[in-house]
Write a protein that binds this ligand. Structure first.
Ligand code: SF4
Length: 131
């Protein structure tokens, strides 16, 4: 956990993947959703930037940037990163633009992946105390 209280993008993605499959790490390991923006990072490897989560949010909201920007699901694990910026780096600079290229967005929207649920009921992070 960082100073801002927001887990890193990688930990956020890992937590979301666990939530997505009902909390079973073996199910994450066996996930076949290769067209999901989170799939390359689902096992907690590599260093995804916040832009990956922005792309996921765009997928969630059907590609509508304004819907993502005005998302009201504040308890979603992705919420702190929905703008494609890292709240842990606020004031430091170096955060990438929150607008992924049209090519990236259209490629993802043409894929098969669709988010099934937005509720965090049963989330692996639910009930955890903030540090
Ligand atoms: S519900 Fe979650 S994944 Fe969907 S746009 Fe809002 S913050 Fe992003």
């Amino acid at each position: 956990m960082r100073k801002s209280g927001v887990p890193s993008p990688l930990k956020t993605i890992r937590a979301y993947c666990l939530y997505c499959v009902g909390g079973d790490p073996k199910a994450v390991a066996g996930c076949g959703g290769t067209d999901c923006p989170f799939h390359p990072y689902s096992m907690g490897q590599s260093r995804p930037g916040p832009k990956v989560i922005r792309i996921f949010c765009l997928e969630c909201q059907g590609g509508h940037r304004s819907f993502v920007d005005n998302c009201q699901t504040t308890n979603c694990l992705c919420y702190p990163y929905r703008m494609g910026t890292n709240p842990n780096r606020k004031g430091i600079g170096g955060t990438p633009s929150h607008k992924p290229s049209k090519k990236v967005v259209s490629g993802l929207l043409n894929g098969k992946f669709r988010q099934l649920e937005l509720s965090l009921e049963g989330s692996p992070n639910q009930g955890k105390k903030k540090e």
